[in-house]
Write a protein that binds this ligand. Structure first.
Ligand code: OGA
Ligand code: NI
Length: 308
């Protein structure tokens, strides 16, 4: 059966989970259910101060509004094999449309993996705001992974440990999508699943992120101080298929510039990950995926090579 991937459904929304609810059991169950059924959800009242999120957006926007020559101070070096730095990227999506975005990548955690060379010096508060955001975001992502581990019937630390424990890396990305007169010809980010463990994303007021569910593209609406959680390939594989890595894409707005700030929580490149051993030890629990060194996994996915 052919699926019409351009069909949209405006009446459905991704799940919204209020983390301030005193009943932690209930919150944990909602996170587990959303990760099984959707692979994407929004968390609100998550403990990260709305003012900090507002400042994160302000300093990022100011950076992208600088003249091109100033942004090039943090350009990704041409010969670099790493992702860090600022650049403009063109791609084709599956239907042959142009996908175009300016973006900036830099790691924000752990401190041993932070290279300030790729952090904007202008505006001046950029560094302070991003460091504060990193420490809050780490707590939030670890909390979510604890609930997801318990949802697998495992110890709370299981998924964090499977991803690399204290060596887990937090990679900040800022996507800057200028308006586009014909959004049918130019997309923002082509249809994909995230290669990492989980992604925590904030965005400005322009709509654009869409998730694929039951053969339809659903707008992932986000409250200004809410955070979108996206389950990536590493959690899908570590959970032996219980949690979904959601297919998603970003469209362009006709009038507004859209900016998003996903943070990718991922293994370090040399870490080996795969279905958690506790999940594949029983008789009727065959592993659905092979273990991979994260570097090889990322490379194969980027080159669209087969993955077992
Ligand atoms: C990404 C991504 C979506 C967005 O960068 O991986 O999915 O809303 N971005 O910008
Ligand atoms: Ni993505």
């Amino acid at each position: 059966m052919e699926t019409n991937t351009n069909q949209e459904n405006a009446s459905l929304d991704i799940p919204v989970i209020d983390l301030s609810n005193q009943d932690e059991e209930l919150v944990a169950r909602a996170v587990v259910k959303a990760s099984e059924e959707w692979g994407i959800f929004q968390v609100v009242n998550h403990g990260i101060p709305p003012e900090l999120i507002r400042r994160l957006q302000e300093v990022g926007k100011k950076f992208f509004e600088l003249p091109e020559a100033e942004k090039e101070a943090v350009s990704k070096p041409k010969d670099s094999m790493d992702t860090e730095g600022y650049r403009t990227m063109y791609q084709k999506d599956l239907e042959g449309r142009d996908a175009w975005v300016d973006h900036l990548f830099h790691r924000i955690w752990p401190p041993s993996r932070v290279t300030y060379r790729f952090w904007p010096k202008n505006p001046r508060e950029y560094i302070e705001v991003n460091e504060e955001y990193a420490s809050h975001l780490k707590k939030l992502s670890e909390k979510i992974m604890e609930w997801l581990s318990e949802g697998l019937g495992l110890r709370r630390e299981a998924l964090k440990e499977g991803l690399g424990g204290e060596m887990v890396e937090y990679l900040m990305k800022i996507n800057y999508y200028p308006p586009c007169i014909d959004p049918d010809l130019v997309v923002g980010a082509p249809d994909h699943t995230d290669v990492n463990g989980i992604t925590l994303l904030v965005a400005n007021e322009a709509l654009g992120l869409q998730a694929f569910k039951d053969d339809l593209w659903i707008d992932a609406k986000c409250n200004p101080s809410g955070i979108i959680v996206i389950i990536g390939d590493q959690i899908l594989r570590m959970s032996n298929g219980k949690y979904k890595s959601v297919q998603h894409r970003a469209t362009r707005d006709k009038e507004k510039t859209r900016i998003s700030w996903p943070v990718f929580v991922e293994s370090s490149l040399d870490h080996v990950f795969g279905p958690l051993p506790e999940l594949i030890s029983g008789e009727d629990s065959a592993p659905k995926f092979k273990p991979y060194v994260y570097k090889d996994f990322k490379f194969r996915k980027l080159k669209k090579l087969s993955l077992d």
